[in-house]
Design a binder for this molecule. Structure first.
Ligand code: SR1
Ligand code: MG
Length: 402
């Protein structure tokens, strides 16, 4: 019989007290539920004497944002804990440290990152993160390359594919990213001022065909262990540091899905700045920074990925001349396609982003939303004609709406 129960703030304190070596015996613990995400409880637990603090993340047997009518597997907590531990080994310092996890209670006990800020909030406030492109490019290269067939024995890789099978969370992505935005789905929600653009998308056969191919990749390819939901709300940052959190959507899928997710969320902030920054010069210089960041992410990713390929590949075909170039070229195209899908879903699908939702005037917001849809469409349709990183920034900045 399962011993799962949803923790209260007080029960979280008692649970924390019983984890060996976490807090001193005389600790005076307080607990606050601080979760504001779509799915889980998050408790901040602090010892008032030593000031030491930790985070408890507990999965609920349903999606918090909707309620009990949307049941959801507790196994996502195991996947999240194991993904965090593995990512921490592959790319030390870039994810919170896991102190303890309890499969029955669907609970992960981890490092408190209160010194960091959710990156999306910082981007809305036009903060600059000078190390971010290097950090996330490195994180992506290491976690993707080192969990792929390029770096693992095929038995070990297939064992991991099975262990990170995550069908319920994948189904959310399949529906919300690849299916629902492209027809009049009940779950969709959008600004009434962009109904014409939403309806045009539902009848856009060229885009729908390309999205079907990208969805096929998401459904069938087990290229690497993905984070699976790598938006800027899953990244915590300071000017110096970067931490990737929340890999509960982790599964074996196409590498470009993770890289594309980061790029899409920078694109969403880029279009949102049209509605946030009243000073044109300030807006343009922040948008230029966002484009430089996108370029920097890919440049770092590619350099690190090629270095890992040269130094750590165990797959015999890795030595075939021209293979790495072809692999990287296809990866860039996948990345752009998935970036396009992840941009569009945040405009017409169920779950939106604060970058755009925080633009109060619906007419001003509609401008940013239409631009996001147009850029998303270009990324999807033009992805195969893009072969260099410089073309990405041009594609974004050259897209305009009437
Ligand atoms: C009901 S879950 C909605 C979205 O939140 C998560 O962060 C994922 O992006 C998911 O699609
Ligand atoms: Mg999340």
């Amino acid at each position: 019989m399962s011993t799962y129960r949803m923790l209260t703030e007080q029960e979280a304190v008692e649970y924390a007290r019983n984890i060996p070596d976490l807090f001193p015996a005389n600790a005076k613990l307080t607990s606050r539920e601080i979760g504001d995400g779509n799915l889980n409880f998050v408790f901040h637990i602090q010892d008032e004497i030593s000031n030491k603090s930790i985070i408890f993340k507990q999965a609920l047997p349903y999606a918090r944002v909707v309620g009990e009518s949307w049941p959801l597997t507790l196994d996502r907590a195991r996947i999240e804990s194991e993904a965090l531990i593995l990512q921490g080994e592959l790319c030390p310092g870039f994810v919170p440290q896991v102190y303890h996890y309890d499969i029955e209670m669907a609970l992960t006990v981890m490092e408190d990152l209160s010194a960091y800020e959710i990156m999306r909030k910082g981007l809305v406030a036009r903060k600059y993160y000078p190390n971010f492109a290097k950090h996330i490019g490195t994180f992506l290269a290491r976690t993707l390359f080192l969990t792929s067939d390029l770096a693992l024995h095929p038995y070990e890789k297939k064992k991991r594919v099975a262990s990170f099978s995550n069908p319920e969370l994948c189904k959310i992505t399949e529906d919300l990213v690849f299916t629902d935005p492209y027809y009049d789905a009940a779950t969709n929600s959008f600004n009434p001022l962009i109904r014409e653009q939403a309806e045009a998308l539902w009848h856009d056969d060229a885009v729908k065909l390309e999205v079907a191919k990208l969805k096929e990749g998401f459904l069938t390819r087990t290229q690497a262990l993905l984070h699976g939901d790598l938006h800027t709300g899953s990244i915590m940052a300071t000017e110096e540091g970067t931490k990737v959190i929340d890999p509960e959507f982790a599964y074996y899928g196409p590498m470009g899905f993770d890289i594309g997710a980061v790029i899409a969320n920078l694109v969403l902030n880029y279009v949102a700045q049209e509605g946030h920054a009243s000073d044109v010069q300030e807006r343009e210089s922040y948008q230029a920074y966002l484009l430089d960041t996108i370029t920097g992410i890919w440049t770092t990713f590619e350099a690190e990925f090629r270095t890992l390929w040269a130094e750590k590949a165990v797959e015999p075909s890795a030595a075939i001349p021209g293979y790495v170039d072809d692999y990287v070229r296809r990866l860039l195209q996948d990345t752009l396609g998935y970036a396009g899908c992840k941009t569009i879903r945040r405009i017409v699908g169920l779950a939106h982003v604060w970058d755009i939702e925080s633009i109060e005037d619906p007419a001003v917001r509609a401008h940013s939303e239409k631009l996001a849809l147009a850029i998303g469409r270009e990324l999807i349709l033009k992805r195969e004609s893009i072969s260099s990183v410089e073309d990405i920034a041009d594609l974004i900045s050259d897209t305009h709406i009437a």
